[in-house]
Design a protein around this ligand. Structure first.
Ligand SMILES: NC(=O)C1=CN([C@@H]2O[C@H](COP(=O)(O)OP(=O)(O)OC[C@H]3O[C@@H](n4cnc5c(N)ncnc54)[C@H](O)[C@@H]3O)[C@@H](O)[C@H]2O)C=CC1
Ligand SMILES: O=C(CO)COP(=O)(O)O
Length: 292
């Protein structure tokens, strides 16, 4: 019990590289925090592995996601569940961490299936671009499901956090600070420090737009243009991220760009992210498509 409230139960929607690492972080904390049930249900988009086994069954057998995060134990209290409705039905704290293009479909399947008073957080870096204009993923979740949704973004290359190398993250929230603090408690570890800022749009736009800059940085690498050019791309990119964010949401704060979600995520993704790697490979391949 915390402040007279019932215990919290967490479900994670997504089980890719970051989804598994986030589940591992959360599961480590739920066993220590009395205000949370230990068990963390992790929804798995079911796939059949080359061995013929189902991914969800394999995760539960070896406590590892051999496809998206091989070699890392998730914690015995992480239960993989391929049934979306079953995975979320008892949870009051929902963590969305899938590639952005699947969120709308997932949310539509969950309408009317959630616990009353459920809260969400999105770890998804991306946005939906609709004919009416761009729509942030947290807003999509709120609009479809009618629930409050925070965001967690930051310099968070999942494979590094999986082996407990130090990093920071930023939670963006709208008005409800108490809920943001509850999310921060759930994610914080000695090697994963989380701050909260009341600028949900700023935080989420940082996590989305830095990917565009990282693609440019990867092209610079692929064309062997050097570190000075890459630094210039990052500096100009950060300035453009800030200007574009304020054009979309005038409430976005300058300080947000100095949090982990801003300049730090921009740097780590331009150095080591998958967006950078794909762009470098594209440039080295003479600008032609290639198989990964
Ligand atoms: N990997 C990383 O280092 C980080 C990733 N992120 C963000 O987290 C989000 C999720 O990325 P990852 O966990 O890395 O995923 P991933 O890129 O490792 O894996 C893709 C996931 O999508 C699932 N999937 C495939 N088809 C699907 C469908 N039709 N419906 C639903 N799910 C389907 C796969 O089963 C797999 O779980 C993305 O928005 C990414 O930008 C954020 C921070 C770090
Ligand atoms: O968001 C990330 C690090 O914070 C990971 O970026 P990539 O998806 O480009 O690997």
């Amino acid at each position: 019990m915390e402040n007279g409230h019932a215990k919290n139960r967490v479900a994670v929607i997504g089980s890719g590289n970051w989804g598994c690492v986030a589940s591992r972080l959360i599961a480590s904390n739920t066993t220590k925090l009395p205000s949370f049930y230990d068990e963390v249900r992790m929804w798995v988009f079911e796939e059949v592995l080359l061995t013929g086994n189902k991914l969800s069954e394999s995760i539960n057998q070896v406590n590892e996601n051999c496809k998206y995060l091989p070699g890392i134990k998730l914690g015995a209290n992480v239960i993989a569940d391929p049934d979306l409705e079953n995975a979320v039905k008892d949870a009051n704290m929902l963590v969305f961490v899938t590639p952005h293009q699947f969120v709308e479909g997932i949310c539509k399947k969950l309408v009317g299936k959630l616990r009353l008073g459920a809260q969400a957080i999105s770890l998804i870096k991306g946005m939906e671009v609709k004919t009416e204009g761009p729509c942030m993923i947290s807003k999509l979740i709120t609009d479809i499901l009618g629930i409050n949704c925070c965001v967690l973004m930051g310099a968070n290359i999942a494979s590094e956090i999986a082996v407990e190398k130090f990093s920071e993250a930023t939670i963006g929230y709208k008005k409800d600070k108490e809920v943001a603090i509850r999310w921060a408690k759930l994610f914080t570890m000695p090697y994963f420090l989380v701050s909260i800022v009341e600028d949900i749009e700023g935080v989420e736009l940082c996590g989305t737009l830095k990917n565009v800059v990282a693609i440019a940085a990867g092209l610079v690498d692929g064309l062997d243009m050097g570190n000075n050019t890459k630094a210039a791309i990052m500096r100009i990119g950060l300035r453009e991220m800030c200007a574009f964010s304020k054009l979309l949401f005038p409430s976005v704060r300058d300080n947000t760009f100095f949090e982990s979600c801003g300049v730090a995520d921009l740097i780590t993704t331009c150095l080591g992210g998958r967006n950078r790697r794909v762009a470098e490979a594209f440039a080295r391949n003479g600008g032609k498509r290639f198989l990964v």
